[in-house]
Design a binder for this molecule. Structure first.
Ligand SMILES: Nc1nc2c(c(=O)[nH]1)N[C@H]1C(S)=C(S)[C@@H](COP(=O)(O)OP(=O)(O)OC[C@H]3O[C@@H](n4cnc5c(=O)[nH]c(N)nc54)[C@H](O)[C@@H]3O)O[C@H]1N2
Ligand SMILES: Nc1nc2c(c(=O)[nH]1)N[C@H]1C(S)=C(S)[C@@H](COP(=O)(O)OP(=O)(O)OC[C@H]3O[C@@H](n4cnc5c(=O)[nH]c(N)nc54)[C@H](O)[C@@H]3O)O[C@H]1N2
Ligand code: SF4
Ligand SMILES: [Mo]
Length: 716
């Protein structure tokens, strides 16, 4: 018997943004086990099924795309021919160069998931190299409201919560039990050691069960709670006067705005008892307190204002950048985080070109020259493809995002695909987005690509190792971009090469730079700690026009928006008798990350069908029972989405709660179920939008349900 070669490689799981430290065991070059890295300062040994099964599941999937594919026949016709990388990249360069010459660089756009990933930043730099500022990220749907509020208030915390050091924890619109096992564990430990936990959520969850105090507001009314809490804090003199005087501007104005929100008014709007609001304020003010926020108050009209209200509460109670509060993001001296490159003048197009980014005029804090991540307003790009307004967009390169499933209004996204002159999609496997491409490029997975990332919460740097060589001919974003840029340069189609690196290792070394981080140790351990000082406001100031925390935001005012936080209702209520329920989308499922893992047996066993959760009372009213299939519709779209009813008293009567990301890998091309079981098929991307971030509402929408026969269900 030959001796087997066994080794263990430290890496990071990127199957969700928790970024747990992981250890991959290899036997004869094959990954046999993925386990948590207990030494990792961020995840401290926590992990989940997506890490255990998902990373290898995606990498080794039988349906994995191993070679570039070229469309044969009509777009979306499901006919493909395998081609070489040389042929694929030559064709892509040729098509992009031609469209750039005929329509200008602005006619070329890109879509990727978000600034979280280095590969997304590489994608942005590729587009900028072509001269195009038109880069779409999905963060208008994820964390963007938080990001814009954080930026204009000047906190620079992202989330930065220090649950371990907190005396009280305020959880708003987050359910870490499903979404973030590391945070969930930390919350449970905090509870055990006596920290008080306040949770704001319209629905009962495992997290609300952990709470000492649960506030159950009406959907989309959180800003009223936060303003009333500010009013209690100021009225009872519980704020941190020293911090406010030294580091904040606009306190008087904030106090005046909050004074408009006595608890009784907030109670009437939110349906939370006035004494509970006051109690929540007192608990939070008795810090150090940390603010744990989630998707429940993001991705909605009024999301930025809701976050502003909580961020102001955080600042006036002095919970900024102190142990047990919310830490500001810090980096080791000399280290560059890849997200920094988006803002670094050395990697920027001229301001007059950036000002032409789609959405820059309407949403300057999002898409403008000084916008949050300098990304487009996505629905406006879809419109530009379909209407040529404000100017034509003719080519799209989509990479590492499944926008046919994860953007609202699936039918319109698909119409846009059809209207393009050229669509390239980089992906691991065929999906409802890639199905419409002219060229499909096979991408490396998290087990096959390298990355150095900053984990501000830990705080540490994390290393993601290329644990195994790419399967087939899969390539990383960086490798694709480098080779494509060579070809574009040869065709005179490059404005300036903003992506000079030739390998992921070269890029990693560039990021680590001349910092004191020991690169070899970082690679060996999978992480590197760095010294972290809190409260050093003198040394590291606030990135606002005033150099202070702006409770009244001059940047909001300059954008023509309310400088003070206020309640902005989602503007949608179930008043139409034909659409009597309120729809909540995006409930997290343990086995899936949005549209990922849908082809994996382990995940389908855990969660075989899309589920619509109803209170038993609502089910009785609509004459449906547990296990029935229903079709969901909204007045905002012609689409429909099928799901299976589950009954639970966790959901209040009148509300229908579902997940997202459903499609059927074994369904018929080109939709693969994206128009049948995908909740975004019934959502609209046509507004209303948050006035600062441009986010649409992904919950709180009027909907109807209609029972359908199971024979109508595809795949049954
Ligand atoms: N297993 C798994 N984990 C994931 C993901 C996944 O797909 N699967 N996705 C990851 C990603 S990208 C994200 S963004 C995170 C999101 O994870 P979280 O930030 O935890 O957000 P959600 O789970 O969407 O929603 C949290 C809670 O918000 C509540 N909520 C809904 N509307 C409101 C409201 O108006 N006010 C308040 N206060 N609460 C409201 C919901 O009832 C829900 O309990 O999860 C990450 N983790
Ligand atoms: N209606 C509604 N819509 C929503 C939401 C909602 O709550 N309701 N939630 C929103 C949120 S929070 C988010 S984050 C978005 C998510 O939207 P997406 O980013 O589209 O979500 P995913 O399905 O996780 O990832 C899409 C693709 O990423 C690629 N990918 C995955 N892992 C890797 C990897 O390790 N390496 C590489 N190179 N590529 C990889 C795969 O090609 C995969 O198909 O959806 C948003 N859409
Ligand atoms: S929570 Fe799960 S999917 Fe997310 S990084 Fe950790 S192990 Fe991976
Ligand atoms: Mo997200």
């Amino acid at each position: 018997m030959s001796k087997q070669a066994t080794s263990t490689v430290a890496t990071t799981c990127w199957e969700c943004s928790t970024c747990c430290g992981a250890l991959a065991t290899l036997v004869d070059g094959r990954v046999t086990e993925i386990a948590p890295n207990t030494a990792h300062p961020g995840s401290a040994g926590m992990f989940c099924v997506k890490g255990f099964r998902g990373m290898t599941g995606v990498t080794e999937a039988p349906g994995r795309l191993l070679h570039p594919m070229r469309r044969v026949g009509p777009r979306g016709g499901g006919q493909w021919r395998q081609i070489s990388w040389d042929a694929a990249l030559d064709e892509m360069a040729e098509r992009l160069a031609a469209l750039r010459a005929s329509h200008g660089p602005l006619a070329i756009a890109g879509a990727t998931s978000g600034g979280y990933f280095s590969r997304s930043v590489i994608h942005a730099l590729l587009l900028r190299s072509l001269g195009s500022p038109n880069w779409m990220i999905n963060q208008d749907l994820c964390g963007g409201c938080r990001g814009v509020s954080d930026m204009v208030t000047g906190l620079a915390i992202a989330n930065g919560e220090d649950v371990d050091g907190a005396r009280s924890v305020l959880v708003v619109g987050a359910n870490p039990q499903l979404a973030n096992p590391v945070q969930w564990q930390r919350l449970k430990l905090a509870k055990k050691r006596g920290a008080r936990i306040v949770v704001i959520d319209p629905m009962s969850t495992a997290t609300t069960e952990l709470a000492d105090l649960w506030l159950q507001p009406r959907v989309g009314t959180d800003a009223a709670l936060a303003l009333a809490m500010i009013n209690v804090v100021i009225g009872e003199n519980l704020h941190d006067r020293a911090f406010v005087e030294r580091w904040c501007t606009g306190f008087e104005a904030l106090a005046a705005r909050a004074a408009q929100w006595p608890v009784a008014r907030a109670a009437a709007i939110t349906a939370v008892a006035p004494e509970s609001i006051a109690q929540a304020a007192r608990i939070y003010a008795d810090g150090p307190a940390t603010f744990v926020s989630g998707h429940g108050i993001d991705a909605a009209v009024g999301g930025v204002q809701a976050f502003r209200a909580f961020h102001c509460l955080l600042a006036i109670t002095g919970n900024l950048d102190r142990p047990g509060g919310n830490r500001r993001i810090k980096r080791p001296a000399g280290f560059r985080n890849y997200t920094d490159l988006l803002h670094d003048p050395a990697f920027r197009l001229p301001p007059e070109v950036e000002a032409l980014r789609i959405g820059a005029r309407e949403y300057p804090l999002w898409a403008g020259v000084d916008g949050w991540q300098k990304a487009c307003h996505n629905p406006a790009v879809i419109d530009a493809i379909l209407t040529s307004r404000p100017y034509p967009v003719r080519a799209l390169y989509v990479s590492g995002v499944n926008i046919a499933v994860t953007y609202p209004d699936t039918a319109r996204t698909i119409e846009a695909f059809k209207a393009l002159d050229f669509l390239a999609v980089a992906t691991h496997s065929m999906n409802p987005t890639a199905a419409w491409a002219d060229l499909v490029l096979p991408k490396t997975t998290t087990l096959e690509e390298e990355e150095v990332s900053l984990q501000p919460g830990a705080p540490c740097l994390s290393f993601t190792a290329a644990v195994v060589p790419p399967r087939g001919t899969a390539r990383s974003e960086l490798a694709i971009a480098a080779d494509l840029l060579d070809r574009l340069e040869a065709r005179g189609a490059v404005t300036q090469r903003f992506m000079p690196w030739r390998s992921e290792r070269e890029f990693s070394r560039y990021l680590v730079g001349d910092s004191a981080i020991d690169f070899t140790a970082l690679v060996r351990d999978g992480f590197a700690r760095f010294t972290y000082e809190t409260g050093n406001f003198e040394a590291v100031g606030f990135k606002t026009p005033s150099g202070r925390v702006e409770l009244s935001s001059s940047r909001m005012a300059a954008a023509g928006l309310d400088p003070l936080p206020d309640l902005v209702l989602p503007q949608e209520a179930a008043t139409d008798a034909a659409f009597p329920l309120l729809l909540q989308t995006g409930l997290r499922e343990k086995a899936y990350h949005h549209s990922r893992f849908r082809d994996q047996d382990w995940a389908r066993r855990i969660s075989p069908d899309p589920i619509l959760r109803l209170h038993p009372q609502s089910a009785a009213q609509h004459q449906v029972a547990a296990g029935d299939w229903v079709r969901v519709r909204t007045p905002r779209s012609d689409g429909a989405c099928e799901a299976r009813v589950a009954l639970t008293e966790r959901v209040p009567p009148g509300i229908a709660v579902t997940g997202m990301g459903w499609w059927r890998p074994d369904g018929a091309a080109p939709h693969y179920g994206a128009l049948e079981v995908n909740i975004n098929a019934v959502l609209s991307y046509a507004g209303p939008y948050d006035t600062a971030s441009g986010s649409p509402n992904s919950r709180g929408l009027a909907c109807s349900i209609e029972k359908i026969e199971s024979s109508a269900v595809p795949g049954q």
